[in-house]
Design a protein around this ligand. Structure first.
Ligand SMILES: [Zn+2]
Length: 145
């Protein structure tokens, strides 16, 4: 229980508000597991990217300026984006908005490009863009002429 509480404190309030506690808890433990699995990489990243390991009641957290460091684990990154972009509570925010959300809680090498690629490749966003285009005010003006 202590572990979960410590873990939750590492997440931004926004993240908490947007997810059910069970989602956050499982994502949270996945991040910790991944950090353990990629310990060697994180130790290498440490001095290069000012990443520090904080040990709190036996639980280690790899942090960069208060943001949880996400190791090179594609599945985990997808899961984070699903929570902050795809989830009904997230509602497919724009590229910039999605990046702002991700960067409030997490950090990884090349995160900006990764997030942009994810949103650009999102099928739902692509579809919404097309729909918006069809009913844009400019085209409506054309119709009435
Ligand atoms: Zn989307």
């Amino acid at each position: 229980m202590k572990y979960v509480e410590n873990c939750k404190q590492r997440h931004h309030d926004l993240m908490m508000a947007r997810t059910t506690s069970s989602t956050t808890t499982s994502l949270c433990s996945k991040i910790h597991r991944a950090q353990e699995q990629h310990r060697t990489t994180l130790e290498k990243w440490g001095p290069l990217h000012s990443i520090d390991e904080e040990v709190n009641e036996g639980q280690s957290n790899w942090l960069k300026e208060g943001h949880l460091v996400i190791p090179p684990d594609e599945a985990l990154r997808h899961e984070i984006l699903q929570v902050l972009h795809d989830a009904p509570t997230a509602g497919h925010p724009s590229r910039d908005e999605t990046f702002t959300q991700v960067s409030q809680s997490y950090w990884w090498l090349g995160m900006c490009t990764w997030v942009v690629d994810y949103v650009v490749g999102c099928a739902v966003c692509q579809q919404n863009k097309n729909i918006t285009h069809r009913v844009s005010p400019a085209s409506r003006v054309e119709d009435y002429k």
